[in-house]
Design a protein around this ligand. Structure first.
Ligand SMILES: *Cc1c(COP(=O)(O)O)cnc(C)c1O
Length: 391
């Protein structure tokens, strides 16, 4: 055997996630592994609950991190809140709404889709109309920050409509948490899930979730067992319930949780509002540079996410050539389009630790160089000048 240790290169991660991980998080993850029932570990987890409540802006007791990636957070919400035969309205405006439908079907629930164009926010009027024709619906689900297109939907309005029609709400905030304003209690969200590797800038593999008392009550009073043993919150609650009475459910990913704890401490140190402002400012600088080069955004300005910039690939430019050269020559990763947007857009993430002037300037400079080589008519330096003017 001649296989030796794996040493990945240092990249600049400007795709749809994972984002650049703050070195403080990697350092936290290399601390000694202790037992998951060790009182010191339990005390750390109790702190983490408070930090997550701050990040989500909630007082929900049932707030913890699922020991698996954002997709498992999505599944946790669906399998716990839906029972066979339940009708769920799903607003779809990109890839992740489609996954919600898959989840609902696998719960034996009946999904009703409200479709909006990719690249646009969810239309509240369509939701309202659909709820009128389906008064027996029990849950409304949608994505706050659609990472596949870069569109941000109006959570507060959509939740209000759902509640007026006696529905609980499931909201995907995988890409919004820590990057865009999100107020779980003020907006009345019932079940919310996120991910560790987007605007929290932690390593992938954890999914913070939070459930309102109404949602917890629905879960406690289910007629049928949750189809997934691992994600059944009636069992998980005994584990994350806090205090000394914690019972074994599964072995927590100890060191990964040190990382999430550190990520949340970093967010608390900066302050949520400051983090939201930083994402917005760097997004505006990137946008100024993009437009100065003659490129354009896919999403209209008032619906744009600051942390995920969907840029239309210019006529005559080959998607893969550009992304490959950015990676090979500049160590810079950006995302390709997904689904119906494949080959048509680039997805440039400015998430968490990665939302900084250095990344904006490196990306603009590198993209300009590659496009110039491919024959695009761009005045050298124009993008960086435009971005700097914003700061
Ligand atoms: C990334 C993402 C997910 C899935 O998260 P994973 O950690 O990749 O499982 C779900 N929803 C949205 C909106 C996302 O951006």
């Amino acid at each position: 055997m001649s296989i030796t240790s794996f040493h990945p290169p240092v990249r600049i991660l400007m795709g749809p996630g994972p984002s650049d991980v703050n070195p403080r998080i990697l350092e936290a993850m290399s601390r000694p592994t202790i037992g998951h029932l060790d009182p010191i570990f339990i005390a750390m987890m109790d702190e983490m609950k408070g930090l997550l409540q701050y990040a989500f802006q909630t007082k929900n007791e049932l707030t913890f991190s699922v020991s698996a990636p954002g997709s498992a957070g999505m599944e946790t919400c669906f399998v716990n809140l839906l029972e066979p035969g339940d009708k769920v309205i799903i607003c779809q405006n990109g890839v992740f709404g489609g996954r919600m439908k898959e989840n609902a079907e696998r719960c034996g629930a009946v999904p009703i889709l409200v479709q909006d164009p990719w690249g646009a926010a969810v239309d509240p009027h369509k939701l309202e109309e659909t709820l009128k024709s389906h008064p027996d619906a029990k849950v409304v689900a949608f994505v706050h920050a659609e990472t596949s297109t870069g569109a941000c939907s109006d959570v507060k309005t959509l939740v209000e409509i759902a509640h007026r029609n006696d529905c609980l709400t499931i909201v995907d905030t995988v890409t919004s948490l820590g990057g865009s304003p999100l107020k779980v209690d003020e907006w009345g969200i019932d079940a919310v899930y996120s991910g560790s590797q987007k605007c929290l800038s932690c390593t992938p593999g954890l999914s913070p979730v939070s459930f309102s008392e109404r949602a917890a009550e629905r879960i406690r009073t289910r007629q049928t067992k949750v189809q997934s043993w691992f994600l059944d919150l009636n069992l998980v609650m005994g584990y994350w319930g806090g205090g000394g009475k914690r019972a074994y459910h599964h072995t927590a990913p100890i060191n990964a949780l040190y990382g999430l704890h550190e990520a949340l401490v970093l967010l608390q140190e900066e302050g949520l509002e400051k983090a939201w402002e930083r994402h917005q400012r760097n997004h505006q600088a990137l946008g100024a540079g993009i437009e100065a080069m003659g490129l354009r955004f896919v999403v209209k300005e008032e619906e744009r996410l600051p942390q995920l910039n969907a840029i239309a690939i210019p006529e005559g430019i080959d998607d893969t050539t550009v992304r490959t050269r950015l990676l090979q020559e500049y160590g810079l990763e950006i995302g390709a389009g997904l689904g119906e947007m494949a080959g048509k857009i680039w997805r440039v993430g400015l998430m968490g630790y990665g939302s900084n002037p250095r990344n904006v300037l490196v990306f603009l400079g590198a993209l300009e160089a590659v496009l110039h080589d491919l024959g695009a008519d761009i005045e050298p330096g124009v993008a960086i000048r435009a971005a700097r003017a914003v700061w």
